[in-house]
Design a protein around this ligand. Structure first.
Ligand code: ZN
Length: 424
């Protein structure tokens, strides 16, 4: 009986105790906490609002998972609500920094091709997209000239407002305009051209003289060719200068450079037959050595040359035009004795051609066919022109061999002791 009573009392005591503990437990429910970290995200990429949450302690997340707007650059707050076991909610926040580290993407063509004189907008068909909503524009970087054949290495450049730049290389190929080719060359001229000395009497010459004299003083051009007063004078090396009908000859070699011009009327209309033969011989010999060559530009008339120079001078200034392009009347292309020879498959009439197979072969072998590398490297001050590994001039085998000089090319200017400088 005593035992039963004791147990009963204990039960009551326990029950009483339990009653007392219960409310205390509720008061001890810990507040919820959320561990967060700031997030940096690339513009326009998908991001969930839960990205910054490392852990939720003493509770659970109330906020539903959803996407954060990332289309605007800058810092924004992301709010998170969590509750503890007692259902007490609490708000937390962290930073989302939307950044732009991606360069725009340019859509373009790697290679553009045109013909001399045919201009077009290098930006037509070119577009750029940036990951931001901003409008980006593309610019062209590099030098090029639609009026001068060659392969130009250029760049499309596009920068976004965050400073990310896209730069894509492309090439502009300006093909030589198909020149008046020697096909229709009159036969009577061919005979003459075999002996350049006999060319000294171009047909009509007095008539054009009159109309052209008016222009003479305007811009340093001398469309009547070399001044007759130079006839019979001596060069610094003692050679006699012969001027006939405005055309200059020294030791039977026709001279056209920046000092000695040709009259407008002088127009063989194509390469002379001797020059053509030399070019063909050279092409055939190169072929045997596995080098493929072709004439890219032959005869150019006074007017063609003048137009070429005028355009360049207008676009780039006189000094730049003069460094690579002869003025009308001053081009060796007008003699019909000079041509630009290119190696197929390699960019030509541009500095990058110098190291090509074709250029190297010609530099080493042209003299065998009576041709000289007219504007050699390092002789710019003498010839008045930049190094042109493609421009060859027919002078005959004897003189060509002398000028070749075992690979150390001598210029006509040095050999004869003459200058190549414009009067103005
Ligand atoms: Zn040339």
């Amino acid at each position: 009986m005593k035992r039963v009573l004791l147990m009963f009392m204990c039960l009551i005591l326990v029950a009483g105790c339990e009653k007392k503990v219960e409310p205390e437990k509720k008061e001890e429910t810990k507040p919820v906490s959320v561990q967060l970290e700031d997030v940096e995200v690339e513009l326009g990429t998908e991001l969930l609002n839960t990205k910054g949450i490392i852990s939720v302690i003493n509770g659970e997340l109330v906020t539903a998972e959803e996407k954060v707007e990332t289309s605007v650059l800058g810092v924004q707050k992301v709010k998170i609500v969590a509750k503890n076991e007692a259902g007490e909610e609490k708000e937390f926040e962290y930073n989302v920094n939307v950044v732009d580290k991606t360069a725009p993407v340019i859509t373009y063509k790697k290679k553009l091709t045109t013909t001399e004189g045919k201009k077009f907008n290098l930006l037509s068909g070119v577009s750029a997209k940036d990951n931001s909503l901003e409008k980006v524009t593309v610019k062209v970087e590099g030098d090029y000239d639609f009026d001068k054949a060659g392969t130009y290495k250029l760049y499309y450049v596009c920068k976004d407002s965050s400073g990310n730049t896209a730069k894509e290389e492309f090439s502009l190929v300006v093909k030589e305009k198909p020149v008046e080719q020697p096909k229709e060359e009159p036969k009577q001229e061919e005979k003459k051209e075999e002996q350049p000395k006999e060319e000294e009497t171009p047909k009509k010459e007095e008539t054009p003289k009159k109309e052209e004299t008016k222009k003479t003083t305007t811009s340093g051009y001398n469309p009547n060719g070399t001044d007759a007063s130079l006839n019979g004078t001596k060069t610094s090396k003692g050679y006699t200068i012969t001027v006939k009908n405005g055309i200059t000859y020294i030791d039977g070699i026709m001279i056209a450079n920046k000092t000695y011009s040709l009259p407008k009327s002088y127009a063989p209309g194509g390469l002379t037959s001797a020059t053509k033969n030399a070019a063909n011989e050279m092409i055939a010999a190169a072929k045997k050595d596995g080098v493929s060559l072709y004439v890219a530009s032959g005869f150019r008339s006074w007017t063609t040359q003048n137009n070429l120079w005028q355009k360049r001078a207008k676009n780039y200034g006189k000094a730049f035009a003069d460094s690579g392009t002869a003025r009308g009347g001053y081009s060796e292309h007008q003699t019909g004795l000079a041509f630009d020879m290119c190696g197929s498959g390699s960019g030509c009439i541009s500095p990058e051609y110098h190291n090509s197979k074709g250029a190297k072969w010609m530099t080493a072998n042209a003299y065998k066919y009576g041709l000289v590398l007219r504007y050699p490297k390092g002789k710019e001050n003498l010839t008045g022109y930049k190094y042109e590994s493609w421009h060859f001039r027919y002078v005959g085998k004897d003189l060509a061999k002398k000028l070749y000089n075992n690979g150390n090319w001598i210029t006509l200017e040095e050999y004869f002791g003459i200058t190549s400088k414009y009067a103005d």
